[in-house]
Design a binder for this molecule. Sequence first.
Ligand SMILES: [Zn+2]
Ligand SMILES: [Zn+2]
Length: 666
Amino acid sequence: MAPIVVTSALPYSNDRLHLGHLRSTYLPADIYARFLRRVGEDVIYVCATDEHGTPIALRAEKERVKPKDIADRYHPLIKDDLTRMGCSFDVFSRTTEGIHYETTKQFFLELFKKGYIYEQEIEQLRCPKCSKFLPDRYVEGTCPFCGFEGARGDSCDSCGRYLRPTDLKTPKCAICGAVPEIASTKHWFFKLTAFEGKLKEWLESNENIPQNVRNYALNWVKEGLKDWCITRDMGWGVPVPIEGAEGKVIYVWFDAPIGYISATRDLFMRKKDPEGWRRYWQGEGKIVHFIGKDIIYHHAIFWPAMLMGVDGFHPPDSVVAGEYLTLENKKMSKSRGWFIGIDEYLKNFDPDPMRYYLTSVAPLERDADFSTDEFIKKYNDELADVLGNFIHRTLTFLERFFESKVPEASLSDEDKSLISKIKETQDRVAKLLSEFHMRDALMSIMALAHEGNKYLNNSAPWNTIKTEPKRAAATLYVSVQVVKAIGSMLSPFLPFTAEKIWSMLNLSTSVHMESWDAASQPLPVGHTIGKPYPLFKKIKQEDIKKVKENLIPFKDVGPRVKIEEFAKVKIAIGEILRAEPVKGSKDLMFLEVDLGEYGTRPCVAGIAKYYAPQDLIRKKAAFLINVEPITLFGIKSDVMLLAADGGDKISILTPDKVVPPGSGVR
Ligand SMILES: [Zn+2]
Ligand SMILES: [Zn+2]
C-alpha cells in the first residue's frame, strides 16, 4: 500500500478565504483525504499558508509594518476558518518556517548544480526615488493588451493576462508613483525548456490526471515552454543561496509548491520522526494536489518539472483542479464586496449544509453557482426531507415500538433487496471517490436515503405493527441498517452529521475511526440505539427572508455625506453626438456630448466592450460635468459618463422622459 500525500493549494496569507476557495480546493481535498483514511490508506492531508511574494511585501510597506506581521495576522484566521468548516489537515504549516527555507534552498541548489538553473543579465524597472528594483506588483500601469489602467506588474485584473513589469505602458512605482527607469540586473532562470519532453510524456501517460488539467497543460506544452525567471530583487522571501546574489530572493511561485514538502517535514519533525516525510514524497509515495483552476500552470508545468529535476522525487500522481463558483450568477469579487466569507457563513450556520451544497451543486470540473434560493431548497428538500426524515422516522419508530432495540427479523425478498443495495452503494461510492467524482458519490448516498424512504412508505410499519408485528420488525431491522450505512458513508462529506448519526445509533467509537466496510456491517440484533433527534430542522416559509439575509448580508453604504457636499457635484443630462472607439484600447470609447448651456464637451468612457458606437449616437445619458479633466490615450476627457455597473454588464443612465440637454440632475 503506497503512502499518499493529499495537498490543497496554499492560501495566500493576506486575506481570509471565501466559499469559492472552499468549493474548488479545500472541500474536495478534505473529502478525498477523509475517505482514504476510512479505507485504511496511509494518507496525510497537508496545507500551509503561502507567505512570501510582492502582495504581502507591498501591503506591509503601505501599512508600515513588517511583511511577517501581515502573514501573522492572517495565518491563524485562515487556519481557523478552514478547520471550523471541517477540513481535517494533518498539518497546517507556514512558508516562513525554518524548515521551508531549508527545503527551498536544497531544491534550488540541486537544480543549480545540475545546470537546470542558470544566470542571466536582464532589464528590469527600477524606481529612482525609492532607489530599488520594482518586481511584480511594485509596478502599476496600463495593460498593453486591453488598455486597462490599473494593471499590475504581474497581471492585469481586467483581461486576466499574466504580465511582466516591463510589458506595462506608462509604468509607475506602486510605492511613490515615480516613473521607473530601466536598469540591468542579474537573475536566475529555471530551464523549463529542458523538461518539455518529459512533461509531455507525463501528461499523456498519466491516467489519473483529470481531463481539464491535462488539456490545459498539454496545450501549453505544445505552444512551447519558456525558461522561467525564479529570482527577484527584493528583501522578502527565501534568499537566493549562492554567492553574488545578495539582496535577491527566490520568486514566490518557486518556493510556494515546495511548501507542500516542507509542511510534511514540519509534521514529521513534530512527530519526532524527521525522515518520515520521505515515504510520502519519494519512492512509492503518491502525490495528489487539489487546486483552483487559475493555478493549473504552476501545478501541471512548473512544479512537476521542478520535481523531475531533483533526485529522489517524482511528479504528482494527480492534479485535481476545481472550477469557479459564482454568487447568484455574478462573479465573486472581494473588492466589490460580492462574496460570502467562510467566517461570515459560520456565524449563522453549521458547516455541513454548506459542505453538502458545494459538493452536490455541480461536478468539480464544472463551474457552479451559489444561490440562496437553491441553498434553502437543497436544505429543505434534500437534507431535511430525504436524509433527516428517513433517519428520524426510523429511529423514533424503533424507540417507540421496539424499546430502542434492533429487532429480530426474518427478511422478505424486498427486505433483502434493500440490504443488498447497501453494499452496492458502498462499493460505488468508493469507486467514485477514488476517481474524484465527489458529487456523484454523494448523490449515490442520497439515492440510498431515497430508497429508504420509499421502502418505509411501502412497508408502512405503522400499520403492520398492529396487524403483522413480525413484518414491522423486519422493516425496522432493514431501515436501521440503512441508517447506519448512510451515517458511515457520509463521514467524508458531512463529518459532523455523520458523527451525530453515529452517536444516535449509540456506537461508541468515532465514525471517522471506522473502516469503510463499517457501512455494510449490520448492527446486531438487540443493540440499543441512543436518543433520536431531528438532524436538520426545516427552514420555515416565514424564516426564509432572515436566512437569506444571514447568507448575504445587505452591504453597508459606508460613510455618509452631507447634502451640501452632494450639492458640489454637478450632474447633467447630455446628448451623445459622436461615438468612436479609442485606437489601441479595448475598453475606451470617445464621445462628443451636447450638454446644452454647458456646451459640447469631450468624454472618454470605459464602455467599448458593452456598446457599439451606433447604439450610443443620439442617446441621452447622465454625465458628471464638474469632475477634474483627465487625459486617456492622449485624448482629453472633460466630463464623466455615469453608468450602472451590473457586474458583467454596464448600462448607461438614460432619462425615461424627454428632457433637454444640460438638464441638471438633483
Ligand atoms: Zn489587460
Ligand atoms: Zn518609488
